[in-house]
Design a protein around this ligand. Structure first.
Ligand SMILES: Cc1cc2nc3c(=O)[nH]c(=O)nc-3n(C[C@H](O)[C@H](O)[C@H](O)COP(=O)(O)OP(=O)(O)OC[C@H]3O[C@@H](n4cnc5c(N)ncnc54)[C@H](O)[C@@H]3O)c2cc1C
Length: 377
């Protein structure tokens, strides 16, 4: 029997990890990937769904298309994780690995913010984005609050993108003059690691009359009273709330004892937890890099490379690059990009690529290349 590797979660991290292992070792491994869903959806596709650019059904990448030598993908829900025994229980049974990789992403804690309901007034889940796609056509103008309920959260630029896309949306419907958009964000600027990107976003906000309130989070939403309360006590009028719920590791991960302050403690360079043979990659790991797909992929490739070296009897020298590119929709069809390296230098280092129509092709390639690599599509 080959080495048994159990990967929990088939998102950016889990899919890339299983693919890298399969490419290198194929049938010599026994890789089991477990996910509760039947399809993968890119995070950014939620914005496209929300604004009616594509139907929710069109952005699904069915796991049935994820076919790799040496890998089986099971549709099961993880209900317990024992990091000492590297044993996992699910709604269907249990699985044990020589290596256990936890890549279950960030979950949403709506109980932290009264008035926020999953699948209703947030756009961070597929259900929420699809629900918004039905709500937005009935919006007749008024106060819109794009509100973040806690940090860290996935994809720091996404609330800014949402506000800029909302501006385009209301303008196209002739509701621009009747609408005021406010972004509430616990971060000090739209994208703190990139002052140039933040400045470009703030300039775009100013040009469109979008207000940006930094350093505070939304602490409560009262849709009946049409108001939103902020963590500093301020109250904003709100006819439409587009929320980013508080993010944290899922309850099943917290219950495993692997977390501190809601995130899994790891060595940021190797993704190793304190338990031998147990790794955590992606959004749920406390690595100090942003919670975004590209960074989850880099972490996954690092763990995979070290497993491959271990099997070949070579030194395990791979280190998490903590580097990647993020795209941001600036509105009017323009897309900008930042490349940020978080771990190789003494402090994060970013390069900003200004907004252009050409960058859309770059972003499309980002999605298309992953679809081809993981789903043969
Ligand atoms: C609106 C929005 C826009 C974004 N834009 C970008 C972008 O442009 N670029 C970018 O790089 N990133 C972007 N992101 C972030 C990106 O989607 C995440 O950072 C990335 O998906 C994290 O990968 P992951 O592998 O850690 O987790 P995920 O991709 O979230 O995968 C986790 C998997 O675990 C499964 N799972 C969870 N709990 C269980 C359980 N109990 N049992 C079984 N399975 C379970 C889930 O079904 C899921 O498939 C965006 C996110 C959002 C919300």
């Amino acid at each position: 029997m080959g080495m048994r590797i159990v990967i929990l979660g088939a998102g950016f991290g889990g899919l890339e990890m299983a693919t890298t292992l399969s490419e290198a070792l194929g049938e010599r491994l026994e890789v089991t990937v477990i996910d509760k869903s039947d399809a993968f959806v890119f995070g950014y596709a939620k914005l496209d769904v929300m604004f009616g650019r594509v139907p929710a059904g069109a952005v699904r990448n069915p796991y049935a298309d994820f076919v790799k030598p040496g890998v089986r993908l099971l549709r099961e829900t993880v209900t317990g994780i024992d990091p000492v025994a590297r044993r996992v229980t699910t709604d269907q049974g249990s699985h044990e690995g020589d290596i256990l990789v936890i890549a279950l992403g960030a979950d949403y804690d709506v109980s932290a913010t009264p008035g926020v309901t999953l699948g209703v007034n947030e756009f961070y889940s597929v259900a929420g984005a699809a629900h918004m796609a039905g709500v937005l056509p009935g919006f007749a103008g008024g106060d819109v609050v794009v509100g973040v309920c806690g940090a860290p959260y996935k994809c720091p630029p996404a609330p800014s993108e949402c506000a800029l896309m909302m501006h385009d949306y209301v303008a196209a419907r002739g509701l621009g003059a009747a609408t005021r958009i406010t972004v509430v964000n616990p971060l000090p600027s739209p994208v703190p690691p990139s002052p140039e990107m933040s400045a470009a976003i703030l300039k775009a906000f100013e040009a469109r009359g979008i207000a940006f309130i930094p350093n505070v989070r939304v602490s409560a939403v009262d849709e009946a009273a049409r108001m939103v309360t902020l963590s500093d006590g301020r109250v904003l009028p709100c006819d439409l709330f587009l929320g980013v719920p508080k993010n944290r590791a899922a309850d099943v991960v917290v219950a495993s004892g692997l977390t501190e302050d809601g995130w899994v403690m790891v060595d940021p360079h190797t993704l190793a937890t304190q338990y031998p043979g147990v790794y955590a990659v992606g959004d749920l790991a406390a690595t100090g890099v942003p919670k975004a797909g590209v960074y989850a992929e880099g972490a996954a490739r690092t763990v995979a490379a070290n497993i491959i070296s271990q099997l070949r009897g070579e030194p395990q020298t791979a280190r998490n690059p903590g580097a990647g590119s993020c795209y941001i929709e600036i509105g009017a069809g323009l897309i900008a990009r930042i490349d940020v390296d978080f771990l190789s230098g003494p402090k994060p280092f970013g390069t900003f690529h200004g907004a252009s129509v050409e960058m859309r092709r770059d972003k499309e390639h980002f999605g298309a290349s992953r679809r081809a690599r993981w789903f043969n599509r």
